[in-house]
Structure formats: C-alpha cells, structure tokens
Write a protein that binds this ligand. Structure first.
Ligand SMILES: Nc1ncnc2c1ncn2[C@@H]1O[C@H](COP(=O)(O)OP(=O)(O)OP(=O)(O)O)[C@@H](O)[C@H]1O
Ligand SMILES: [Mg+2]
Length: 361
C-alpha cells in the first residue's frame, strides 16, 4: 500500500472547520504534510490557540484518513495556531492583530474584572495579549494588576517618543493611572479627556499582539466615540448582570456599537454575577440579580452568549489585592474564564473570516 499526498489532502477536504464553514485544505490549515509508508504526519494550523474545537477537529482528521485513505494509517497531528487578524500596514497599532472592546452601559457590572481575567485566560491558552484600561476617570488596572505606583518607561523610535507598556502575568498592561495621579485624571472633562485618550492610544508601543483587550469606562459617551474613531476595533463584547437596570443600559451599549455611525461588530454578551453558590453548598445556585437576563438579551439581539460568570469571592478579592482569580490552576473561576476565552477567540476568528473572507496566510 502506498499513500500519496493527494489522497490525504482529499480526505482532509472532507473535514470542515465548524465555525468557518470551510474545509481545512481550502482554509490552508494543513501544513508540513509528511508521508512515510503508512505514517502520515501534519500540522493543523487553527485560527486561535484558545480554539474550543481543537480536539474535535483532531479526531475528525484521524477519522477521515482512516475512512478515506487507509484503516492502517498511523496518523500524527500537531495542533498549532496562528491568530488571524487585520493585515494593517500603515494603521494605528500595526502589530496588533485584534482589538476587542469590553463595554457595558451600566457601571459596576464587572467590565474591568472581566477584562483582566479574560486577558489572563487568553494568555494561558497561548496567545500574546495586551490590556488597555481606557477608563480615564476611574482607572482600575493599577490596583487589579498589583502594579500601583509603577511607572512605564518611554523610548525613542523613528523620531517619536513611545510609552512602553508594563508587563505582568505575561500580559502587556497600560492605564492612564500609570501616567498621572488619579486625582489629576478626575478633573479632565469632555474634549480634554478625549484628547488625552486619543494620544494615549497612539503613543503606546504595544508591539506584536494577538489580542488587545480594551476595558472601557461605563456609559456610551464621548470617550466611547473617541475610542471607536481612533481604534480599528475587531469587535465589542457587552458585559451585563442579569438585572433589568443593567440590561437596559447594556441594550444602549449594544445599540451604540451597532449604530450606522459606529458600526463595530458585537461579538457577544457576557453575563456576569449570574448566580451565587455558597462554598459549603456548591450545588445550590442563588440568582441574586435575576436569572438569565444576559442570555435573554443575547437571544433578543441575535448575538452570541459568550459566557455566564458566577459571583465568586476570589474574583473580588483577586481584583483588590492584584492577583486575578483566573490565575488559579483549576476550579470554578479558571474553568469559567478559560471557556469564556475560547468563545471570545472563536467569535474573533469567525468575525475575521467574514471581514477578510480569506484563508489564513
Ligand atoms: N463575578 C464576580 N464575582 C464577585 N465579584 C465581582 C464579580 N465581577 C465583578 N466583581 C466585583 O464587583 C465590583 C465591580 O467590578 P468592576 O470594577 O470590574 O466593574 P466595572 O464594570 O469595571 O465598573 P466601572 O463601571 O466602575 O468601571 C468589583 O469590586 C469587583 O471585584
Ligand atoms: Mg471598570
């Protein structure tokens, strides 16, 4: 029995990426194909290391080869990833593949907590991640990252002064709170704040990133417009609690991104503080802010529900002491955030395949 390359590729043409709805060969995901007798090895290049469908795709490849090439084949597959994104040359933040805004409408629903822990979970999955705190009135990143009082360095490149982001937990971090004392930031109003933010966006040297998470201040005001005008956003995620008042504001946030003036794709809804389970009765769920409000909103608006995050004490304390809970090796929070990261990364990949309508380069 001799197996040739064409037979293998024909078999792999029968395996479809469930999200991108094209086969792996057309998507140019099959790399380094080697055949030696009945040993077949290749790499599957996914669009994100956080891909929740990794195992399923792996198994589908093995099945297709056994079924269509030879039952005897010994298949060895390396699952790897190359994050897709915009292909900018002369835009702002040219090394950043995807920029994701985290917004809410209502304050205090957990945008900053979600942004920080999502950034950690994406990093844990193997991606290069940055986190930008765009809340110039109430920056929370310095405390949440445990870097309060630290100051970023500046460097000169191509005749321009660049701000070097700080680094922690493998994530590049930047907040206006690292640049000016908080009581100074608070007095900025309207145009002044927008100008500061605009500069802040263009002067930070993020380098190469797969995902830049942007933690927005609450509301749908000037700051948000400044951001969407300055930043080529891949998409926005909307954080809400299940509570009616939060949902009403989340609807406004969603409408802003979807409006003709802004037109930023909404990647989905994250429901935060979905329930509380007492540590001594983990099987019990108390829906303190109502049940499934975020889920219902996602259905109403026809956007994905990216995840439901319970109320957990370590999410609050982790933010307060600067050691985010998604760093925990395992458990409820780590699991919830790794799943969330997978869903967000997946929606980004799908969005990119819609926007660029291309195969991976
Ligand atoms: N799932 C959760 N479980 C427990 N505490 C949480 C959870 N999510 C957020 N918190 C806590 O709720 C408070 C508000 O969260 P956070 O600061 O992230 O909200 P925010 O939307 O960024 O607020 P703002 O609108 O002021 O920027 C914080 O004390 C945070 O630690
Ligand atoms: Mg915040």
């Amino acid at each position: 029995m001799t197996i040739n390359e064409k037979q293998v590729l024909d078999a792999l043409r029968e395996v479809e990426d469930p999200d991108l709805k094209k086969d792996l060969v057309t998507l140019n995901m099959i790399r380094n194909l080697h055949i030696e007798g009945k040993r077949i090895s290749f790499t599957v290049m996914l669009t994100t290391p956080a891909c929740p469908m990794k195992e399923m795709i792996h198994n589908a490849c093995v099945r297709a080869i056994h079924l269509l090439v030879s039952q005897e084949a010994e298949v060895e597959i390396e699952m790897s990833a190359e994050v897709t994104g915009r292909k900018p040359k002369d835009q702002v933040l040219p090394g950043v593949k995807n920029i994701i805004a985290v917004a809410s409408g209502k304050g205090g629903v957990g945008k900053s907590t979600v942004s920080m822990n999502l950034a950690i979970a994406l990093t844990r999955s193997g991606s290069k991640v940055g986190l930008m705190d765009a809340d110039i009135y109430g920056p929370s990143l310095p405390i949440m990252s445990g870097l309060q009082g630290e100051q970023p360095m500046a460097h000169n490149r191509d005749g321009k002064q660049w701000i070097q982001p700080l680094e922690r937990f493998g994530i590049k971090l930047m907040s206006i709170g690292f640049l000016v004392p908080q009581d100074h930031a608070i007095i900025w109003r309207g145009p002044m704040a927008s100008k500061a933010l605009g500069q802040f966006i263009t002067d930070v040297d993020w380098g190469e990133l797969d995902y830049l998470i942007v933690d927005l201040p609450p509301g749908t005001g000037d700051i948000h417009l400044t951001l969407v005008q300055h930043l080529p956003l891949t998409g926005a995620v909307i954080v809400t609690t299940p509570q009616a008042v939060a949902l009403a504001d989340a609807r406004k946030g969603l409408a802003m991104f979807q409006s003709d003036a802004v037109k930023v794709p909404v990647l989905g809804v994250i429901e935060n503080m979905s329930w509380f389970s007492p540590p001594d009765m983990p099987e019990k769920k108390y829906h303190l802010f109502g049940k499934d409000g975020g889920k219902d909103l996602s259905i109403e608006k026809g956007v994905p529900l990216l995840g439901q995050i319970p109320m957990v004490e370590s999410l609050r304390t982790g933010g307060d002491i600067g050691v985010p809970a998604a760093l925990e090796a395992e458990g409820l929070v780590a699991e919830a955030y790794l799943n969330l990261a997978g869903e967000v990364a997946r929606q980004v990949s799908m969005q990119n395949s819609r926007t660029f309508d291309t195969v991976i380069s």
